[in-house]
Every structure is written in structure tokens, then in C-alpha cells.
Design a protein around this ligand. Structure first.
Ligand SMILES: NC(=O)c1ccc[n+]([C@@H]2O[C@H](COP(=O)([O-])OP(=O)(O)OC[C@H]3O[C@@H](n4cnc5c(N)ncnc54)[C@H](O)[C@@H]3O)[C@@H](O)[C@H]2O)c1
Length: 337
């Protein structure tokens, strides 16, 4: 008898920082049928440590990893400015890819990635909008779409990160953080964003404009408020409430613990996105690997990534001009129909 044939999907990971390392561990511990075989990071010591933790090897470059015939699929968790070129390289190599958000750091770049995938003629990219797999968000969406609170009139979102990433910018608050809301809200209420207005504090010089408040006008007439902060300090905190004609429905923080000490009675707040969305990442990566194995790619797609990028850049224009900015409408390419 010969060697048993492994049917695991052999995965290479590019970028092994907070998100990449967490994805490597999740794939290794929680996703049947997935095998991380290679890791590349610009910081080679980091790549070696993360690769070594799961019995993978540290690749010498992103290009060599993407071109390696022994690697069937790629997960990209490198910094945002690299997403476009890495996505294009993965498409050129015909490799199914889980690409962390955002799709690109420009609208034109996002469009180039969509056009490249359309030219390939096959859905290869899945975007890392993990909220679509979060059990609480899935339940919230089901309730809204089933009409449990009547017709949606308003959505209120709060998105607070503990501490700004060293690369954070005022525009990045929108294209890196708020982009989760730009993808999630249309999915949640089954509607499209027509226009965006951003309100941000006036600051001295290049100081970060944090906290920002975003108002989205939906095509169906409802209004969305998003408060986004990258320096909330006290914890990682995500809220969403949908107000309908018959009532409201909102997320309750999952797995919450209450503490009483030092004359305080309080609910604990999670430390970071890895803890808050642990289940979402597991389900997201399992759906990605299932999609590769079955040949039917999971959503969110590159087109979803493109739409969110369009909203983010309309928001950036509003941040700079203090004006209300309309979001362009596009016909969905047949590949994503
Ligand atoms: N979906 C989510 O919930 C979520 C959460 C956090 C971050 N992200 C995304 O994940 C990506 C990584 O974010 P992070 O928080 O892990 O950042 P991070 O700074 O912790 O990690 C980035 C890693 O990329 C490496 N790197 C830098 N240049 C590189 C290059 N040329 N090639 C390969 N690796 C390179 C760095 O050495 C570092 O290890 C970002 O695109 C971010 O938007 C997504």
C-alpha cells in the first residue's frame, strides 16, 4: 500500500502579525481539511515563529509562496497597502485566496482587482469581512430580514478599537475600521448606501481625527449612524441596533462576564477583535476551506470588497470636504450576480 493521500487544502499565509497569526492558529486548531504549510512575513523571525508553531515552513518571499505549486490557497493578512498587488498575484496564479479587508487602498485599485477576477472568469477571492459569519450578526440579520421589527428606519452602530494601530490615519479610520460597517450594514438590512456624510473633530496639524461619526443614507430611506473610534482605551466594543417600525433589535455582547469589585458592578468588555470575533473567524475560515474543497466559493466576494471601498472613499471625500457625498451606483458584473 502506498502513502495515504492527504485531501487537506495546503495553505500559505502572507503576513503573520496580529491577524495573520490568529488566522494561522484558527486554521490549525479549528478548521478540518486545512493545513497551513507556509508563512511569509517581512519580519522573517516572526514568520519562522508562526510557521514553526504549526509545523509549516517560513517562505522567503510572498512571490515564491504564491507561485509554489505545492500551495493550493493563500491567506493574505499583510498590511492594507499590499492587498491589491497580492490579490492580483494570487489571481494570476489561479489560487483561491482569503484576502483581509480592505480589498485595496484606492477605488481604482479595488476596481483593478475586480476586473482581474472577471478576466479570470472564476471567483477566487473571499474578503475578510468576518461579521457575516458572526453568530450574533447572522441572528440579527435574520430577525431584520424576517420583518421582526417591521421595516428598518434607522441603524445605530458603534465600533471602538482599544488603541490605534501605529499606521493609523484619519482616512484609515474609514477605509480600515469603518469599512466593516460599510460592508455589514447593507448586508444586514438588504439595502444599498446612497450617500455618506462624515463628522469628525477638528484637530491640530496631522493629529488623528478620532472619534468620527458617519451618517449613511440608505436607498430605501432608512438612516444609519456609525460612531467609529480607534482609541477607545477601555476595550474593543461593537454595537449594532436596528430600529424598525415595530420595535428594535440589537446585538448583545456574547459570552459577557459581570464583575463586582472595588465598589463597582460592571460587565466586562473584550480586549480585542481576536477575542470578540473568535467564532466568526473560525466559521469564516471553515467556509473558505469548504468553498475551496467543493469548488463553490463563499462570499463576501471581491465585488463586496469593491462596494465597501466605494463607500469608504465617498466617506473620505466627506471627511475632507465636510460635504454630503453620493455613492456611485454600478451594475453588478455577471460573475457576482
Ligand atoms: N478582519 C478583521 O477583523 C481584521 C482585524 C485586524 C486586522 N485586519 C487586517 O489584517 C491585516 C493585518 O493587520 P494586523 O492587525 O495583523 O497588523 P499587524 O501590524 O499586526 O501585522 C502586519 C504584519 O505584516 C507584516 N508585513 C509588513 N510588510 C509586509 C510585506 N511586504 N509582506 C509580508 N508581510 C509584511 C508585518 O511584519 C506584520 O507582521 C490588515 O490588512 C488589516 O486591515 C483585519
Amino acid at each position: 500500500m502506498g502513502e495515504p493521500v492527504s485531501t487537506d487544502v495546503r495553505i500559505g499565509v502572507v503576513g503573520a502579525g496580529a491577524m495573520g497569526a490568529a488566522h494561522v492558529e484558527t486554521l490549525h486548531r479549528w478548521v478540518p481539511g486545512a493545513q497551513v504549510v507556509a508563512v511569509y512575513d517581512l519580519d522573517l523571525d516572526r514568520a519562522e515563529a508562526v510557521a514553526g508553531s504549526v509545523g509549516a515552513f517560513a517562505a522567503s518571499s510572498a512571490e515564491s509562496l504564491i507561485q509554489d505549486d505545492a500551495i493550493e490557497a493563500v491567506l493574505v493578512a499583510a498590511p492594507d497597502p499590499l492587498h491589491e498587488e497580492l490579490a492580483l498575484a494570487c489571481l494570476a496564479a489561479g489560487k483561491p485566496t482569503l484576502l483581509e479587508k480592505p480589498l485595496s487602498t484606492s477605488v481604482e485599485g479595488a476596481r483593478r482587482v475586480v476586473d482581474a477576477e472577471v478576466a479570470v472568469g472564476r471567483r477566487l477571492l473571499q474578503l475578510g469581512f468576518m461579521r457575516r459569519f458572526d453568530p450574533a450578526y447572522v441572528a440579527l440579520r435574520s430577525a431584520v430580514l424576517a420583518g421582526e421589527v417591521g421595516r428598518p428606519r434607522a441603524v445605530h452602530c458603534v465600533h471602538r478599537n482599544v488603541q490605534a494601530h501605529p499606521s493609523a490615519t484619519s482616512d484609515g479610520v474609514l477605509v480600515n475600521s469603518a469599512i466593516h460597517e460599510f460592508d455589514c450594514v447593507p448586508w444586514l438590512v438588504g439595502d444599498r448606501v446612497d450617500a455618506v456624510t462624515v463628522f469628525a473633530p477638528r484637530v491640530d496639524g496631522d493629529a488623528l481625527q478620532d472619534v468620527q461619526v458617519i451618517v449613511l443614507e440608505m436607498a430605501g430611506g432608512s438612516v444609519v449612524t456609525v460612531e467609529v473610534s480607534v482609541n477607545a482605551r477601555y476595550g474593543y466594543d461593537i454595537h449594532t441596533e436596528v430600529v424598525g417600525t415595530e420595535g428594535t433589535v440589537s446585538l448583545s455582547p456574547p459570552y459577557g462576564l459581570s464583575s463586582r469589585r472595588d465598589a463597582l458592578d460592571g460587565r466586562r468588555v473584550g480586549a480585542d477583535f481576536v477575542a470578540r470575533f473568535a467564532d466568526a473567524y473560525r466559521i469564516e475560515l471553515a467556509a473558505w476551506v469548504d468553498g475551496i474543497r467543493s469548488g463553490s466559493p463563499a462570499t463576501p466576494s471581491a465585488w463586496d470588497g469593491y462596494l465597501a471601498t466605494e463607500i469608504a472613499f465617498a466617506a473620505i471625500e466627506s471627511l475632507h470636504t465636510r460635504a454630503r457625498v453620493e455613492v456611485p451606483r454600478y451594475d453588478v458584473p455577471a460573475l457576482y450576480g
